[in-house]
Design a protein around this ligand. Structure first.
Ligand code: FAD
Length: 393
């Protein structure tokens, strides 16, 4: 029999890994992809959907092309991993044997990280940090806000997926309100002293949405909030603030199956070898994307895609004796602040002994002219179509 690679999670990391394992091994490997959803909705560009720049269907991707390549796509949850026996158990009770296992389940939320919030109230106070119905719910809530109403965001502590994501979201909500609800207000409660591309976002908020956005950092109580879903209140340092929409983005950890497999650390992430993405706890397991603890790369779809190619190459090398090149990684995170006002931050990375380390980075500057910002936005459109084709075929 051919060596068998099982991939858990058909998102940015897992879909890319499955595709590259199949494509580059030219039939020498059996590849199974386990994913419970028939359609994967990208979190990337989900903020643009909120802002009215994309329709929802444009975020959806299916697994037909991966199946056409010969990847066995199993629509189920992985519920258990037996590392000694090298098996994965599925929700339906089936047991799959593997030679190598790729774990790419994305994130789960840390229980009780925001007092008063749990998944039980996510229908009232959405996280919209796993794309799909939650993203649609948040958009409909923003559209239904009363004139002059308040949108609140409880921003997450580090590390979390997509460092600029919450702030791009604020920009897109502000854009919607500017058109439909110009006296609406936005409050951000943030436990962090600082955030990604802050100068760029603050400049953009001032320019496009003057007076609408208030950022409340840890000094003013942003790290000490509680929410009450039944009364739609945010309690800040003991003071209740009534809001109309409350987007709670909790603290995060690796998707549950990583902990079930016993490969996570105390912080809830799965440490990996920076040169290959191999789990530090098990030489037959690789971890990709948000779930991994790897060093300097932000948790992003771009990063997950980049890491997946390195892991696929390492796995092929082990199982088929093919050539393995030194690992190189890259990432860029684009954000849209207002129509045609795009900014970006990115870097290239190489493995050191301890971590994946940033070697060269770049970031948009404040005060850039409109033409440059427009071309940065257009670059992001090309990136989205290119990377989703690289993931899903
Ligand atoms: P995911 O893409 O989340 O995939 C994980 C998959 O695993 C899911 O499909 C899930 O259903 C499946 N799964 C989980 N558990 C199991 C299990 N037990 N069994 C089987 N399957 C399982 N990144 C960018 O690069 N650019 C951006 O512009 C960008 N914008 C973003 C905006 C927002 C609002 C958000 C929230 C994120 C954004 N990101 C962006 C980040 C990006 O979405 C994630 O970093 C990326 O999806 C991580 O890929 P992943 O493969 O680790 O996880």
């Amino acid at each position: 029999a051919k060596p068998h690679v099982v991939v858990i999670g058909g998102g940015a990391g897992g879909a890319t890994a499955a595709r590259y394992l199949m494509k580059d091994s030219e039939g020498a490997l059996d590849v199974t992809l386990i994913e419970p959803n028939a359609t994967y909705y990208t979190c990337f560009f989900s903020n643009l959907y909120l802002g009215g720049f994309r329709d929802f269907d444009s975020l959806g991707h299916t697994y037909g092309k991966l199946a056409d390549m010969g990847i066995k796509v199993v629509q189920d949850m992985a519920t258990g991993v037996d590392r000694a026996a090298r098996t994965v158990t599925l929700g339906n009770g089936d047991v799959l044997n593997y030679d190598r296992l790729v774990i790419a389940p994305g994130i789960d939320f840390v229980d009780d990280s925001v007092p008063g919030w749990s998944l039980d109230v996510a229908e009232v106070m959405p996280h919209a940090y796993k794309a799909g119905p939650q993203t649609q719910l948040l958009k409909s809530q923003v559209e239904a806000m009363p004139q002059g109403g308040t949108f609140a965001m409880v921003a997450p502590p580090n590390p979390y997926r997509c460092p600029p994501g919450p702030y791009e979201r604020i920009s897109m909500v502000a854009h919607l309100l500017k058109t439909n609800n110009p006296t609406g207000k936005i409050l951000i409660f943030d436990p962090k002293e600082n955030f990604s591309k802050r100068a760029l976002f603050e400049e953009g908020w001032q320019k496009h949405y003057s007076g609408m956005v208030t950022w409340i950092g840890p000094d003013l109580g942003g790290a000490n909030v509680e929410v009450r879903a039944d009364t739609m209140e945010v309690i800040v340092d003991g003071e209740a603030e009534k809001v109309d929409v409350c987007n709670v983005i909790p603290a995060q950890k690796a998707g549950m199956i990583a902990a079930t497999a016993g490969i996570t650390d105390d912080a809830g992430w799965a440490p990996v070898d920076p040169a290959s993405m191999r789990s530090k706890s098990d030489e037959n397991i690789y971890v990709l994307g948000d779930a991994s603890a790897q060093g300097d790369m932000p948790k992003s779809g771009f990063s997950a895609n980049s890491q997946a190619k390195v892991a696929a190459m390492a796995i092929r090398g082990e199982l088929t004796d093919s050539r393995v090149f030194p690992a190189r990684y890259s990432n860029t995170c684009w954000s849209l602040i207002a129509p045609d006002d795009g900014v970006k931050v990115g870097a290239s990375y190489e493995p050191t002994e301890e971590k994946i380390a940033s070697v060269e980075s770049f970031i948009s500057e404040t005060g850039e002219d409109a033409a440059l910002r427009k071309s940065t936005y257009e670059e992001s459109l090309g990136w989205y179509s290119g990377i989703t084709a690289d993931m899903f075929g």
